[in-house]
Design a protein around this ligand. Structure first.
Ligand code: 4AD
Ligand code: MG
Length: 466
């Protein structure tokens, strides 16, 4: 008896007539008049369930098999055979169906075998992994994460684990969650009605990181090619379909590199991850194509096969001003591009991914390198058809005097960034990097409408349940 995953049982690598054991959860059960039940069982290893054919000669047929409902857990032993029915390649002719756990009150079980709305499924985030949709998203997320690490490894980058608790506001935008010590022995007092959270981080002010960039820069200036991939936090109170308070970010950093090399890296990187997902997640992608968004696969294929257009921000503003399209916000030099502008540039103006470069210095972060013109910085945003900005990056200010000026201009205190300044004092070199919000990538690849479906447990204003 060979224990096999549903994926392996279905993929043709096991010879027909092999005795197998399949473990999983019931999707559906159908009983024929001839006294045979067809139980679809899934274990999450692949999109499709396997059909288990259970005859009424099984000793527990009447008492148990006929009471199986969606969500019940089973261990099925039997013979793997080529399926006669259409829609599946193999099935298991069961000799034993052991029920490990029935579903209490099947009528109120939230995950019924029907199509649920994504809004409803967010209310049952602990059960939604049992649906087709969240099984597929989870597998795509995994394959994409593996591809991210593989890409950087193959390109000679080292993965650096940057801290989650930090004192530095990496974006200088004041969107940080504060960390405090919940002391079990001396719990927070409520003196005068005001909660005293006491100690912060062992007596020091500390926050959850908004980006690992500053920390990874330190490693870049020693190991040349590095990246960080971990959770980041933003206390922006925006209730949108594109923002999370907790999201995962991928941030490579490249020494001896300028903005053009940074854009080249971003292009190779995105194409690599897309290819991996198309190659390794065939059935899941087919499902997204059919059920989430028609054209997602073609969109990714086009992305892989097109070279990215590069447009200077200043030229982009001119293009937008000349456009016949009416925008809700008029494009104006000095303002950030709105999503409608970004989508016009990438979808209508060039019809492929676009890298917009050299933004006005006033609207970008303090660490970005000031260009010779004194009014723009070496920043880039990668815009993708169907979504707009997907990656943000820049060449970093490697000149200490310029960095200090920018910090003061942004109202930051250079003394709070001494360690970061050191990197410009000891063997400074030009360097560049970018950040990709992992969930934005998942939204794009799976054709989702809401970023809350791209992460297992979304953290947004008003929700830290589960
Ligand atoms: O543009 P951002 O703020 O850039 C940085 O954090 C830089 N330190 C990156 C770098 O150069 N190393 O964020 C980068 C990306 C955005 O392009 C977007 O994909 C994602 O992070 N992002 C969010 N994703 C989900 N929810 C949010 N609230 C996000 N904010 C940014
Ligand atoms: Mg950005």
């Amino acid at each position: 008896m060979q224990v096999v995953s549903v994926k392996k049982a279905l993929d043709g690598s096991i010879a027909p007539d092999t005795k197998v054991e399949v473990r999983g959860w019931v999707r559906t059960r159908r009983d024929s008049k001839a006294g045979i039940s067809f139980v679809n069982v899934t274990d999450g290893s692949t999109f499709d369930p396997i059909q288990v054919v259970a005859p009424n000669t099984l000793p527990n047929y009447e008492k148990e098999v006929l009471h199986l409902t969606a969500g019940a857990s089973v261990v099925c032993r039997g013979t793997l055979v080529k399926s006669q029915g259409k829609g599946q390649s193999f099935e298991v002719q069961a000799e034993e169906v052991k029920v490990l756990g029935f579903v209490d009150d099947p009528d109120t079980y939230p995950i019924q075998p029907k199509q649920h709305t994504l809004e409803f499924l967010r209310e049952v985030a602990h059960l939604r992994p049992r649906t087709n949709t969240f099984g597929a998203i989870t597998r795509v997320r995994h394959v994409a994460a593996q591809a991210v690490h593989r890409f950087f490894h193959e390109e000679g980058f080292f993965w650096v684990n940057t801290p989650i608790i930090t004192a530095s506001d990496a974006e200088g935008a004041g969107q940080m969650f504060r960390v405090s010590t919940l002391d079990a022995v001396n719990p927070p007092r409520t003196d005068g009605g005001k909660i005293d959270w006491g100690k912060d981080f062992f007596g020091k002010e500390a926050y959850l990181t908004v980006s690992g960039q500053l920390n990874v820069e330190a490693y870049c200036l020693a190991l040349s090619k590095v990246y960080t991939f971990g959770p980041t936090f933003r206390a922006e109170n925006s209730n949108t379909t594109r923002h999370l308070a907790e999201f995962w970010m991928i941030e490579p950093e490249l020494a001896f590199a300028d903005l053009n090399e940074d854009a080249n890296l971003a292009e190779r990187f995105l194409k690599y991850v897309f290819k991996a997902v198309l190659n390794e997640c065939g059935p899941d992608m087919k499902f997204f194509e059919e059920r989430q968004q028609k054209g997602v696969i073609e969109r990714m294929e086009k992305f892989i096969n097109s070279s990215f257009e590069r447009i200077d921000y200043t030229d982009a503003i001119e293009i937008l001003k000349k456009a016949k399209k009416k925008f809700d916000y008029a494009p104006e030099w000095g303002n950030d591009l709105q999503t409608e502008h970004e989508r016009y540039l990438t979808e209508e103006h060039v019809g492929r991914p676009v890298v917009v470069m050299n933004y006005p210095e006033k609207i970008k972060a303090f660490y970005m390198r000031l260009n010779e013109d004194g009014r723009t910085v070496a920043a880039m945003d990668v815009l993708a058809p169907g979504i707009g900005e997907i990656i943000g990056g820049s060449q970093r200010e490697e000149r200490l005097d310029m960095l200090d000026k920018r910090m003061v201009q942004f109202g930051l205190k250079p003394e709070h960034y001494q360690w970061y300044r050191d990197l410009r004092r000891y063997g400074s070199v030009p360097h560049a990097g970018f950040g990709l919000g992992f969930e934005r990538l998942i939204v794009y690849m799976c054709g989702l409408q809401n970023i809350r479906d791209a992460i297992p447990y979304p953290r947004v204003p008003g929700s830290a349940q589960f």
